[in-house]
Write a protein that binds this ligand. Structure first.
Ligand code: MN
Length: 153
C-alpha cells in the first residue's frame, strides 16, 4: 500500500485535499471563529497534526485534559493562557501545553491567528472550567484581562 501523501499549500492557509472543519463538532464548548484542518492522521503514527485558525478576535475553548499539545504558531499573533501564565505569541513561536493545564489561545483584533497542534491520536475528552474555577483564575488581573479579550497587543 502506498502511504505517501503530498498535499500542496494553497492561498489562504488551506492544503489541497484537506477539509476545513468546524472546530468542535458537538457544539458544547464556548469558542469563537475558529476552524480545524487535520493535516496528518495515520493509526501507525500515534499522533495527529492539526492546523487551527482563528479569525481576528477569535479564541479557542478554555479547557484542560490529560493529553498534551505541542503548538507552533504559523500565522499572525495573539496571546495564550497556559496555567497561570498569559504570554504573547507570534509566528514561529513554540508552546507546549502540559497535562491537566488550563489553556486558551486568542487572536489579536487585527489579523487571524493560525497554529499547528500536535496531539496524541488517542486522547481523553477536554474538561471545561466550572464557574468557581473561572472565578479563581480571575483573581489574577492579567488572566482576567485575557479572558475578557483586553490583553494589549
Ligand atoms: Mn486542548
Amino acid at each position: 500500500m502506498d502511504r505517501t501523501t503530498f498535499r500542496g499549500f494553497l492561498a489562504g492557509f488551506d492544503w489541497a485535499g484537506v477539509e476545513r472543519r468546524p472546530y468542535k463538532e458537538d457544539g458544547t464548548a464556548p469558542f469563537r471563529s475558529i476552524s480545524r484542518q487535520v493535516l496528518f492522521s495515520d493509526p501507525a503514527l500515534g499522533c495527529e497534526l492539526r492546523y487551527f485558525e482563528m479569525d481576528r478576535g477569535g479564541y479557542s475553548t478554555l479547557e484542560r485534559h490529560e493529553h498534551m499539545h505541542a503548538v507552533m504558531i504559523l500565522r499572525g499573533h495573539g496571546h495564550c493562557l497556559v496555567g497561570a501564565e498569559v504570554r504573547p505569541v507570534a509566528t514561529h513561536d513554540l508552546v507546549t501545553i502540559p497535562p491537566l493545564t488550563w489553556h486558551q489561545f486568542r487572536a489579536t483584533p487585527d489579523e487571524p491567528l493560525g497554529f499547528l497542534c500536535m496531539v496524541n491520536a488517542e486522547r481523553d475528552r477536554p474538561q471545561l472550567p466550572t464557574e468557581g474555577e473561572i472565578r479563581a483564575m480571575r483573581q489574577d488581573a492579567r488572566i482576567a484581562a485575557f479572558l475578557d479579550g483586553r490583553t494589549p497587543s
